[in-house]
Design a protein around this ligand. Structure first.
Ligand SMILES: CC(C)(COP(=O)(O)OP(=O)(O)OC[C@H]1O[C@@H](n2cnc3c(N)ncnc32)[C@H](O)[C@@H]1OP(=O)(O)O)[C@@H](O)C(=O)NCCC(=O)NCCS
Length: 148
């Protein structure tokens, strides 16, 4: 079941971020709490039998949304959870007035690139040596108008 996160989820989501996001510099639960409390933050989780299996963290500012992080526990991958989290995030931000959504993804992250492409995202730019280890980021965007 996908639902909005509450502050009581911050610890579990923070742990999952550290487990799933390569080279993250975010301080787990503290950062998640900030996003949940922020008026522009959007944090959704996928929960099954009181276990958080996946999360998506993003924001909406006026009519543009951004996905900061998306992750699914390793043992739960390839079951459509990532796709459902992207769709639920989009439905939430569209309801709040977003017309487009952007994100950055590591150029080597084929799983995430494929998942976003399947959800309608296209690469619009490359940010050279964007990550602290020197890897390039790809900027992807999904314009909601006219897309299903
Ligand atoms: C990216 C991620 C969230 C995908 O989650 P998931 O629940 O496994 O994704 P889904 O099952 O919804 O897969 C959707 C599509 O993505 C693509 N995909 C997912 N994993 C893939 C892989 N390992 N290799 C290639 N394509 C993959 C496929 O097109 C898939 O559709 P299909 O299963 O019908 O072929 C997950 O792999 C993950 O947590 N990775 C580590 C964290 C990360 O890199 N996050 C993104 C950076 S913000």
């Amino acid at each position: 079941m996908i639902r909005l996160a509450t502050t009581t989820d911050a610890s579990a989501v923070g742990t999952l971020i550290i487990e799933t996001i390569q080279g993250t510099t975010k301080s787990g639960s503290a950062w998640v709490s900030e996003q949940i409390d922020s008026p522009t933050g959007v944090v959704l989780v996928d929960e099954e039998l009181q276990q958080i299996r996946g999360f998506i963290v993003g924001q909406i500012v006026i009519d543009e949304a951004e996905i900061h992080d998306l992750g699914v526990a390793e043992t739960s991958r390839r079951n459509g959870i990532g796709s459902k989290l992207i769709k639920a995030f989009e439905a939430h931000v569209i309801h709040q007035g977003a017309v487009t959504c952007v994100l950055e993804v590591r150029a080597s992250n084929n799983a995430a690139r494929e998942a976003y492409a399947k959800a309608g995202y296209t690469v619009i730019a490359q940010r050279d040596r964007y990550y602290s280890d020197g890897e390039h980021a790809l900027l992807m965007r999904h314009d909601f108008k006219g897309s299903s």
